[in-house]
Design a protein around this ligand. Structure first.
Ligand code: PDD
Length: 285
């Protein structure tokens, strides 16, 4: 099926949407993005994604061409135009089109804003039932991972390396501590049932799903510690899991060659996945 995509105020069949070769997203990876999950044709955690988009743009001195209301309307319209029931909306904002130069183009250069949809069965996710294996790899990304930029080459390389080692994804390690996954936040549950997740800083992305899961854990009487953890602590954890917009909560059952817990998805992880889906599905707009 030909999708209808949004490009700078226009709705176009996907094969008719065109972007300049001088776009700074293409030439310099000078752009930011968001991925918002769609469930039952509704936007999951929209407010969080919209707020983070604004923050990413602000940190890089970019301006969104739409106001709050228009941005929400475009998200809703792209779902409607594509008849999307389950999947995701990808949004990308770049600094626009200009001659290649390391200096930013003049103020007032129109940004490029693209949105498209991708269908995915996010509820019946085989991976969530079975759990995933992750490989520990060095975190060689840049120093502002709190900004959701489109420079995703290293995460992509890390995923490929993890897959070549027989794992599904990577957990990245820097200065002796786990930062996060290639495209997800990383969490463990200790032997005494404490949910440990890295505290926020420039080292990792402030995941919207992460924030919600921490809130839900606290509401459900689970002890939470926001602090860095080592690979050794992860290997001896009772449970481990990742969080991201379209994966929600997915168990990690093996890290490198070590089975986590008894090598099957942990009970707390399964509970958090269920509670997350229940609450965020009913709150979707
Ligand atoms: N990735 N950390 C990184 C590096 C990420 O790229 C993502 C999301 C997350 C989780 O954030 P959230 O819960 O807000 O989705 C953490 C998206 C889904 C992606 O690139 O496809």
């Amino acid at each position: 099926m030909t999708r209808i995509v949004y490009l700078n105020g226009e709705w176009l069949p996907e094969n008719e949407a065109r972007i300049s070769v001088f776009d700074r997203g293409f030439l310099m990876a000078d752009g930011v993005y968001e991925v918002t999950c769609v469930l039952d044709g509704k936007l999951v955690e929209y407010a969080g994604h919209a707020a983070r988009l604004h923050r990413s743009a602000r940190e890089l001195g970019m301006v969104l061409p739409l106001n709050e209301e228009e941005l929400l309307a475009v998200h809703r319209e792209i779902v409607a135009r594509n008849g999307l029931d389950q999947g995701m909306i990808y949004l990308q904002l770049t600094r626009g089109v200009a001659d290649r130069d390391f200096a930013y183009p003049a103020e007032g250069t129109p940004p490029t804003l693209v949105l498209f949809t991708q269908a995915k069965n996010v509820l019946q996710n085989q991976v969530a039932e079975k759990g995933i294996a992750v490989a520990l790899l060095p975190d060689l990304r840049w120093g502002r991972r709190d900004i959701k930029t489109i420079q995703l080459l290293y995460p992509s390389m890390a995923k490929m390396e993890a897959m070549s080692r027989g794992a599904d994804d990577a957990w990245l390690v820097e200065d002796g501590f786990v930062t996060e996954g290639s495209a997800a936040n990383a969490h463990i549950v200790t032997a005494d049932g404490v949910l440990v997740t890295r505290d926020l800083s420039h080292a990792l992305l402030s995941g919207i799903t992460r924030g919600s899961v921490l809130e839900l854990a606290a509401q459900n009487g689970i002890r939470v510690e926001e602090r860095a953890f080592t690979p050794a602590e992860a290997l001896s954890a009772r449970e481990a899991f990742i969080t991201s917009a379209t994966n929600f909560v997915v168990p990690v059952i093996r890290i490198d060659e070590t089975a986590i817990g008894d090598g099957t998805p942990g009970a707390l992880t399964r509970d958090l996945r269920r509670i997350y889906i229940e609450t965020r599905r009913s709150a979707a707009i």
